[in-house]
Ligand binder design. Structure first.
Ligand SMILES: CC(C)(COP(=O)(O)OP(=O)(O)OC[C@H]1O[C@@H](n2cnc3c(N)ncnc32)[C@H](O)[C@@H]1OP(=O)(O)O)[C@@H](O)C(=O)NCCC(=O)NCCS
Length: 291
């Protein structure tokens, strides 16, 4: 493991990233990448950090994403099925002998990422985080204290998840690596992200906000705030931002022009029906018992 001091890591990562494929096979490049993983896993380096001087209150550390991409460039396919822990196979399965698991080799050029629930290298999980299987936390993600990641939830690469967040079953939090996105999705403290939700493309969900089941948010999704009639949208400079305490439900709105109007169609639209109140707290307290 390289001992590059944290403050020298950014230029070192950028140096090796700029080398392109010429970095492959260089021990110093691998050393810098492994050091980045170490600092990401310790939570001391993050893909985005709180920064009150920035318009969104978050600063994106773009070099961290470059470092994570560097790791993909430097890595070769390897057989990872024999991963062991304390002298025993890390995972144990029992099933009908007539249906054994298919085996794959690196030569087949297929990647089967290990585990039913996996936390990939370079992700940070704070104490008290609970993960229900199957769930996946990708490289560079940061998940803070007391957060629950429920079954079939995805925490995409570099996503930043705050304290005491509930990512409900099948919540999908997009990553920055595919497709190419500049800023990670950020979910601030004490949010409830309901079942089957999707938060993508650098959207920021401010603290205590509630996304009801089925809400999907992307850069291109306008959000209608019924409390004051405003329409929230991403701009060229800022992502879509859900305000603190907003309660967002999945709605629809009529198409008012052209063929859509003629055919009587409507499109999906997230709607802020209110800001969090005692009733919302009641609706969302149940999961405290699960923690
Ligand atoms: C959003 C939620 C928390 C309810 O919050 P609440 O503060 O109790 O909401 P209220 O019941 O006061 O409803 C406020 C308004 O929004 C509407 N509303 C509430 N939930 C809604 C939903 N999911 N979809 C559409 N409209 C909804 C209500 O009808 C009400 O409208 P009205 O005033 O016109 O009657 C709840 O609907 C929800 O989605 N919970 C998450 C469930 C989940 O995913 N669990 C995962 C477990 S793994």
């Amino acid at each position: 493991m390289s001992n590059i001091p944290a403050h020298e890591l950014e230029p070192t990562i950028d140096h090796w990233f700029a080398q392109g494929s010429a970095a492959i096979g260089h021990d110093d490049a691998i050393g810098a990448f492994n050091r980045l993983l170490q600092l990401l896993e310790a939570g001391s380096v993050r893909a985005a950090s709180p920064d009150l001087t920035s318009p969104t209150a978050w600063r994106v550390n773009a070099w961290v994403k470059r470092g994570i991409l560097l790791g993909f460039r430097l890595g070769a396919l390897a057989d990872m099925s024999g991963v062991h822990h304390l002298g025993q196979a890390a995972l144990s399965f029992v099933d009908k002998q007539t249906y054994p698991i298919r085996r794959f080799t690196p030569e087949q050029g297929i990647r089967i990422v290990p585990g039913g629930s996996s936390v990939r290298s370079g992700a940070y999980l704070a104490r008290g985080v609970v993960m229900m299987p199957p769930a996946y936390v990708n490289a560079g993600a940061y998940v803070d204290e007391g957060t629950m990641i429920d079954s079939h939830a995805l925490v995409g690469s570099c996503a930043q998840i705050g304290k005491r967040v509930h990512l409900s079953a099948a919540a999908q939090i997009g990553g920055v690596l595919e497709p190419v996105n500049a800023s990670p999705v950020i979910i601030e403290d004490d949010c409830l992200i309901g079942g089957n939700t999707g938060v993508y493309e650098g959207t920021i969900v401010r603290s205590r906000a509630v996304l009801a089941a089925g809400v999907i948010l992307t850069r291109g999704t306008p959000v209608y705030d019924l409390t004051d009639g405003s329409i929230l949208k991403a701009t060229a400079e800022t992502p879509l931002i859900i305000p603190p305490g907003a309660v967002v439900v999945a709605g629809s709105r009529a198409i008012t022009t052209g063929a859509g109007k003629h055919l009587g169609l409507s499109v999906y639209t997230p709607i802020i029906v209110k800001y969090r109140d005692e009733k919302t707290d009641l609706s969302t307290t149940l999961e405290d018992l699960l923690r």
